[in-house]
Design a protein around this ligand. Sequence first.
Ligand SMILES: [Zn+2]
Length: 313
Amino acid sequence: MKYSEKEIIEWILGQAPLWTLLRENVSRTLDAGKHRRDTMLGTGLMTATVQVLAHRKASATADLSDALSGRRPCFLCKDARPREQKIIPWEGYEILANPYPLAMPHLTIASATHRPQLIAPNIRDMARLTRVLPDMAIFYNGPRCGASAPDHMHFQAVPKTAIDTTWTLDPELIPLRDEGRARLYAIRPDLTPVPFFEIISSSDADTVRLFDTLLAALPQGDLEPMVNVWAFGTREGTRIVIIPRRAHRPSCYGTAEGELTVSPASLEMAGLFTTLSPAQAELLTEGKILEILGDVCLTIPEYALICKHLTRK
Ligand SMILES: [Zn+2]
């Protein structure tokens, strides 16, 4: 990569003066950041942050069947992208500004060609991206776990400061498996409302093998196991956090007045909840957030069963 992370971000944000949509939404996101509300969840190891961003409506209400059946133009394909959007090419991907940012900066790393959103064939690219963007955390929303372009392979990235701190609580991680220079861990599920698996690795090849082993042990969906995935670099190596899901949207999801339009994706799994109005933000109490996470994440018995399966040799 010939650009540093700083240069990439400067280039991406340098478009804002000439691109009205990005400029207006960046200013909304910066403003929302000043009015965020924090809520400690359950054991107190995880904090949820609630923000209001009306510009996320299209994403929160996306109809996946239209995208998956090709009934709408793909907004990550070159032809349908905003004319103002600049790109930085990287290894078969294009690094773009997300014009509907959830945090600042917010990048989309989209495949240069239209190909399905699938994690297994692309996990190595994700691990490599952590070195292109060392101060950012990369995330992947499965096609039924929050991706609003479920038919076009893409990652996203936000600053590391946006991610959940329980993922770096190393004393609480339980080793499950070794694969050369990579190790797979579980978390004590009573410590977090978002049970996850974590790979800490200094070898991308070993990461891929361990990731495939984990994916094979998860409940299989029609496209792939339902997951949100985070990747970021640390001194100990690359960390990949895999959050298995059991539902796309919580039972309380609704788009009518007085209902909650929260469609959980990677950022919600990391504790950042975005609502569309102050009235909706009021509804997101600690109890409601725990209910939403309980609806979409694995239950403790489901998680424990997978851990047991993975420790069996
Ligand atoms: Zn496309």
